[in-house]
Ligand binder design. Structure first.
Ligand SMILES: [Zn+2]
Length: 137
């Protein structure tokens, strides 16, 4: 499948930059292949903590995919009502797929699904549907 041109990186109303559909996608269609550097769990923790790397995708309990050097997928934003999801592909890549049909021009989002992002989303998004995170007193 030709991937070039299927998505565009633009300013987002959600946060910073986001990725946007450059064409229509149907439910479960592959939007793009997510490539990056495969790293283990210890290196994932080290990069997140020491380098503030927020561009690492979960593959399995031992393998993570660092997309910091990419020009597109690293800009995908979190949403509690996402229109895309991440699926397995092979040992060195993942697939970004459409959760339901997506129209050209729509921002493409996924649910990051970890507590820190839920808390951030609650603070930024008045319509947030993330699981409620109890704040420390
Ligand atoms: Zn939310």
């Amino acid at each position: 499948m030709e991937q070039v041109g299927a998505i565009a990186v633009k300013e987002s109303k959600l946060h910073g930059k986001g990725i946007f559909a450059n064409k229509d996608f149907f439910e479960n269609q592959t939007i793009m292949i997510i490539k990056g550097e495969v790293i283990d769990a210890n290196e994932c923790i080290r990069r997140e903590e020491q380098e503030n790397n927020v561009y690492i995708f979960y593959m399995n309990d031992d393998c993570f995919l660092d997309t910091a050097q990419t020009q597109t997928i690293k800009y995908i934003n979190h949403s509690c009502t996402p229109n895309a999801y991440v699926d397995d592909n092979d040992e060195s890549s993942l697939l970004l797929k459409a959760q339901h049909s997506i129209q050209i021009g729509e921002e493409i989002t996924i649910n990051y699904d970890y507590p820190e992002i839920f808390e951030l989303c609650q603070n930024l998004n008045p319509d947030c549907n993330c699981p409620f995170i109890q704040k420390n007193p």
